[in-house]
Write a protein that binds this ligand. Structure first.
Ligand code: BGC
Length: 755
């Protein structure tokens, strides 16, 4: 045996490194690679003791419970999310954690998604920007982030087996786009492959997803870890590009045997080990646990930030002026069990043991002195007339009834989807009866997935959608109700009037092992706004205690790369406030396969009364591209694009139009290209014109009915041979050769590009 071979680690050792050593550790080998401690995520550090579970059943070390993703998504605040990420990273490092299993960044395809509380938005741009900020933040603390679940994991029903059947455009433009943005711009240390299949191939064993797209196209250089238990076939997973199976299934011998049989190249294992070693360099040396005093300081700082983040997340849906409450004159009754027993996070693997927690009832009592409280309902949903009567009495004596409503723990969790978006019936009944006697009513909601408001919103003078706000939620809610802070959250998902209005309604969650994404790219507001269908509250909506005016829209060209969109926002009210200015764009010409307008930029600005600021948002031409399925590439269509700036997807304040010549890409013309495609191509157009000039077809052209001309446009050139027009195989071959030569001449001028 040669010396260098003697030093090579044995095959069995290499195989063992591609799987964990227990639920949360990767396997280490002295001198080769150290083990890593991985921990959930995403909204707190879920550090478990030895033998911990992956389902959120067992307990974990207390940690700051930041607002879950549903709330962070509603902040529309990349700077804040970056700070939250950095704070999470700092706490993780102090708890010896190497990689946080977050952010969760799947698209909220349906309001019923059981894990929607763990995801950021229905929109890929917003999701991508916020997730990148989270990753940058975490990794700035020297801890790795792991984006999940890659990919198309948009439902919990049958999540471990279902195949998400999604067309290539929706896949690229909606479901992969946020991951692409994060991988390209924030370099996450890890990507977690999903449980489900994508178009028939398990995500964890999918070479197209894990290697072609993730590594080769996007340049991902980190480690791919499986979701916990997502691997069905170790060898297939390794071959596809998965590095680390978690937790271990005791199947290392299968890997060894596959190498020995020549079915798996040993270099695949070497590549995994290389990537694990690079990860070790990125996330620093093995950690030691911080002393308690240091942890206490981190936890104190982080609790403060958790409260600030919560205050920036809640969305004020309506307000007739009742808010902010005036403590000097508003005798307040606090109604609803959720005021006393808060819901602040969702169930499953992301469950955190908070370092502190108060209830809204406590927080309001501290500020207002004794308030009258009545629970009104039991969170288990069993109607109780005595509780209602007590609440009605409390409301009758008050000037304002603040009614806390929402979803009970058992209504939503990882592991199953909801079947309704209604609030529990006993809560709606309570609200009606309280509203009948209370002079004014404020509703505060706690829910991870969207709830419908249409049936009861007329009973409320104001609605504050509090989502699940983490451990600082109660104090933050009191801050907002009393006007110590201005509400500034905006909806990261549409609130439909009815569940059945939603584009996913007929196909979610599918059945028989498949979930067909029939709405394609028309997810969320892309559907409602394109078709002009009414909603309860549109994507991007949210009020505050002041007013903003938009003016002076200018769109300037920024070279080849796109445009710069500049406008001013002024606070014209009399209180401090934060506005989220939003930029949407879309082709002016209506197009049956394209959403009318899509979010392409946003900025959260803070303004004092009377203050004006100038907002400049880049609009890269690349962001206007759509996926060209035939060419398997991003393509920019030539045309006029509407640029819309405003306060929600439907509240457009300023509008302009820009023209794009498109990406001037010449796709090689073939015999299979249609007449329309030939006519759209500058070289093809010329060749066709010459043909028409010298054949009977040309002479007949002027007498041909227009509908016949249109019919012709969809015919592939080669098919003309079948229609008795004297077109032969030689004619077609000649035309293709001429067109190709013409395309080459145009490419040589530099005015056009190859695909
Ligand atoms: C979840 C992941 C989580 C993992 C480890 C899985 O069930 O889907 O999001 O990170 O468990 O707890």
């Amino acid at each position: 045996m040669a010396d260098h071979e003697a030093e090579r680690p044995p095959l069995a050792l290499k195989a063992s490194l591609t799987s964990g050593s227990d639920t949360w550790h990767s396997t280490g080998a002295p001198g080769l690679v150290r083990p890593f401690l991985l921990a959930d995520g995403p909204h707190g550090v879920r550090r478990q003791g030895e033998g911990g579970d992956a389902l959120g059943i067992g307990t974990s070390v207390p940690a700051t419970c930041f607002p879950p993703a549903v709330a962070l998504g509603s902040t529309w605040d990349t700077a804040l999310v970056r700070r939250v990420g950095a704070a999470l990273g700092r706490e993780a490092a102090a708890l010896e954690v190497d990689v946080i299993l977050g952010p969760g960044m799947n698209i909220k395809r349906s309001p019923l998604g059981g894990r929607n509380f763990e995801y950021l938005s229905e929109d890929p741009h917003l999701t991508g920007r916020l997730a990148a900020a989270y990753v940058e933040g975490v990794q700035s603390s020297g801890v790795g982030a792991c984006v999940k679940h890659f990919a198309v994991n948009n439902q919990e029903t049958d999540r471990m087996r279902v195949s998400a059947e999604v067309d290539q455009r929706a896949l690229r433009e909606v479901y992969l786009r946020p991951f692409e943005h994060v991988v390209r711009t924030a370099r996450p240390a890890m990507v977690m492959s999903a449980y489900n299949s994508v178009n028939g191939v398990a995500a964890s064993e999918n070479p197209w997803l894990l290697t072609r797209v993730l590594r080769e196209e996007w340049g991902f250089d980190g480690v791919v870890v499986s979701d916990w238990g997502a691997v069905n076939d170790r060898v297939a997973a390794l071959r596809a590009g998965l590095d680390l199976e978690m937790p271990p299934t005791g199947t290392d011998a299968e890997v060894v045997a596959a190498v020995e049989r020549g079915e798996l190249d040993e270099s695949v294992l070497d590549a995994v080990i290389d990537r694990l070693r690079r990860l070790a360099e990125r996330v620093g040396a093995a950690r030691t646990r911080a002393p308690e005093e240091e942890l206490a300081v981190i936890r104190r700082d982080n609790a403060e930030l958790a409260r600030e983040a919560a205050a920036r997340a809640a969305v004020l849906l309506t307000n007739d002026g009742v808010l902010p409450l005036d403590p000097s004159s508003d005798a307040v009754a606090v109604i609803g069990e959720l005021a006393r027993t808060p819901r602040f996070q969702g169930g499953g693997s992301s469950r955190i043991v908070p370092t502190g927690l108060s209830s809204a009832l406590d927080a309001l009592t501290r500020r207002l002195g004794a308030v009258r409280f009545a629970p009104g309902y039991a969170v288990d949903g069993v109607a109780d007339e005595a509780l209602v009567l007590e609440a009605v009495e409390a409301a009758r004596d008050a000037r304002v009834a603040v009614v806390f409503l929402g979803l009970p723990e058992h209504a939503e969790s990882e592991g199953f989807d909801r079947t309704t978006i209604d609030l529990p019936a006993d809560q709606v009944d309570l609200l009606e009866r309280v509203a009948a006697v209370a002079p004014r009513v404020v509703v505060v909601l706690s829910n991870g997935g969207v709830v419908s408001v249409a049936g009861w919103q007329h009973h409320a003078n104001a609605i504050l959608e509090g989502w699940l706000l983490g451990q600082g939620g109660a104090e933050a809610t009191a801050d907002l109700l009393l006007g110590d802070r201005a509400p500034s959250g905006r909806l990261a998902e549409t609130i439909p009037l009815r569940l059945s209005d939603h584009p996913s309604y007929l196909t979610f969650p599918g059945g028989d092992g498949v979930s067909v994404y029939g709405e394609s790219t028309f997810v969320g507001y892309r559907h409602f706004d394109t078709l002009g269908r009414p909603v309860a509250f549109p994507f991007g909506h949210g009020l505050t205690y002041t007013r903003f005016e938009y003016a002076d829209l200018r769109v300037t060209e920024a070279g080849e790369d796109g445009w710069e969109v500049t406008f001013s926002v002024a606070n014209t009210g009399d209180r401090d406030g934060l506005e989220v200015a939003q930029l949407y764009a879309g082709l002016v010409e209506e197009h049956p396969t394209r959403p009318r307008s899509e979010l392409r930029g946003f900025a959260k600005v803070e303004l004092r009364p009377g203050e004006t600021t100038t907002v400049t948002l880049p609009l890269p031409a690349a962001d206007l591209r759509t996926w060209d399925v035939r060419g398997q590439r991003w393509a920019l269509a030539a045309g006029d694009y509407a640029i819309r700036v405003g306060a929600s997807s439907q509240d457009v304040r300023l509008e302009a139009t820009v023209h794009s010549d498109g990406d001037r890409v010449l796709t090689p013309l073939t015999a299979q290209s249609t007449i329309a495609e030939w006519r759209a191509d500058p070289a093809g157009r010329e060749v066709l014109a010459a043909l028409l000039g010298r054949t009977a077809l040309g002479a007949a052209q002027s007498t041909v009915a227009p509908e016949l001309v249109r019919m012709f446009l969809s015919i592939p050139l080669d098919k003309l041979r079948s229609f008795g027009l004297g077109v032969t195989a030689e004619t077609v071959a000649g035309l293709v050769a001429q067109a190709r030569a013409g395309q080459e001449r145009l490419l040589a001028t530099g005015a056009y590009r190859r695909p």
